[in-house]
Design a protein around this ligand. Structure first.
Ligand code: ZN
Length: 287
C-alpha cells in the first residue's frame, strides 16, 4: 500500500519528552499526578469515551496502600465488528534496581523507554485514527498503571490484572501490547509467550510489518520470553501479543532517559500499527 502514513513522529516524540519532563512517574509521586492529568486530557481529545479505573494495592515495601489508575480510551468500540485492544503502561519503576551504581538503586527511573515510549505511540495513534478508523473496527487504548511497581513479579502488572478481572462488555477480540519500543537501536523479535498464546496474530502482524518495509525492525526470529501485561490478559481469554525490544542496557537504571530513544523508532511502531488498523490483515485467532 502507499506509504502515505499520517503517524507524525515529531508529535509522538513530543508525547515521550513531555511525559519525561514530569520526572519519575511511579505511583504517588509528583510526576505521576501531573502525568495522569496530561494523559487523561490527551485521551479525551481523541477518543469517544474515556474512563479512569482506580484500584489499590497494599505494597510489601511500605505495608501501605498504593493508589493507581488505568486510563482507558475508546474509538468506535460499541458498534464495531472487530475490537482491538492496544496497551502500554504509563507508570514507571519506583527503583533503579539494575543500576550499576549501588548508591542509585533506590531512586525512581525516568522511564523514557520503559514507560513513556509505548504511551507516546498510542497517543499519536489515537490522533491519527480518530477520523480514519474503518467502520467495522473498534479500538480500546488501555494505559495500564502498576506494571512496574515490584520489587518482584508478584507486585507487577497490577493494572493489567485489574483489567483482566473486569473485562469490558463487549470484550476485545485480541490485544497488542507495546513496551520498551523507543530504543534508538530498535529491533523487536517475536516474543515466545506471545507465540504460545496468540501465534497466528504474531505471524500476521510481522508479515504485515514486512510488507511495509519493516522486516529489519520486526525480524522473524525468537526473542527472549517476557513476563509482561499480556500474560494475565491472555489468561483471561483475550489473545494478546507483546511487542518489546528487551535488548536495552539502561533497563531499570537511571540511564533510561530521552537520549537513549528516537522519534524514528516510535515512527516504525506507529506505522506498523496504523497499517495494521487500516489493512486489517486476515488471520485465524485460534491455532
Ligand atoms: Zn520496567
Amino acid at each position: 500500500m502507499a506509504a502515505d502514513w499520517k503517524f507524525d513522529k515529531s508529535l509522538a516524540w513530543k508525547h515521550l519528552t513531555k511525559q519525561c519532563s514530569f520526572g519519575p512517574r511511579n505511583p504517588g509521586s509528583k510526576g505521576y499526578n501531573e502525568c495522569k492529568k496530561y494523559l487523561t486530557d490527551e485521551v479525551k481529545k481523541y477518543c469517544d469515551d474515556v474512563k479512569t479505573v482506580d484500584f489499590k494495592h497494599i505494597w510489601s515495601v511500605t505495608n501501605r496502600y498504593v493508589e493507581m489508575t488505568n486510563i482507558i480510551g475508546e474509538q468506535n468500540w460499541k458498534r464495531a465488528k472487530t475490537r482491538i485492544l492496544l496497551i502500554a503502561h504509563w507508570d514507571t519503576r519506583p527503583t533503579s534496581d539494575m543500576d550499576p551504581d549501588d548508591d542509585k538503586t533506590g531512586l525512581p527511573i525516568i522511564g523514557a523507554n520503559d514507560g513513556a515510549s509505548g504511551v507516546a505511540v498510542l497517543l499519536e495513534l489515537m490522533r491519527v485514527m480518530k477520523d480514519r478508523l474503518p467502520k467495522d473496527i473498534g479500538v480500546q487504548y488501555l494505559l495500564t498503571d502498576g506494571e512496574d511497581l515490584g520489587p518482584d513479579l508478584s507486585e507487577m502488572f497490577l493494572g493489567a490484572v485489574n483489567y483482566s478481572k473486569n473485562l469490558p462488555d463487549p470484550k476485545p477480540n485480541y490485544g497488542i501490547l507495546l513496551d520498551m519500543i523507543g530504543d534508538k537501536d530498535l529491533r523487536v523479535p517475536m516474543e515466545p509467550n506471545s507465540l504460545r498464546f496468540a501465534g497466528p496474530l504474531v505471524k500476521a502482524f510481522y508479515q504485515n510489518a514486512g510488507k511495509i518495509g519493516l522486516s529489519d525492525t520486526f525480524p522473524l526470529v525468537y526473542g527472549p520470553t517476557i513476563e509482561d501485561d499480556h500474560i494475565c490478559i491472555n489468561e483471561a481469554g483475550i489473545p494478546t501479543i507483546d511487542l518489546i525490544d528487551f535488548d536495552y542496557a539502561p533497563w531499570h537504571t537511571q540511564a533510561d532517559t530521552v537520549d537513549k530513544c528516537s522519534a524514528e523508532s516510535l515512527h516504525k511502531i506507529g506505522i506498523a500499527l496504523e497499517s495494521w488498523l487500516l489493512v486489517r490483515p486476515a488471520f485465524k485467532i485460534s491455532k
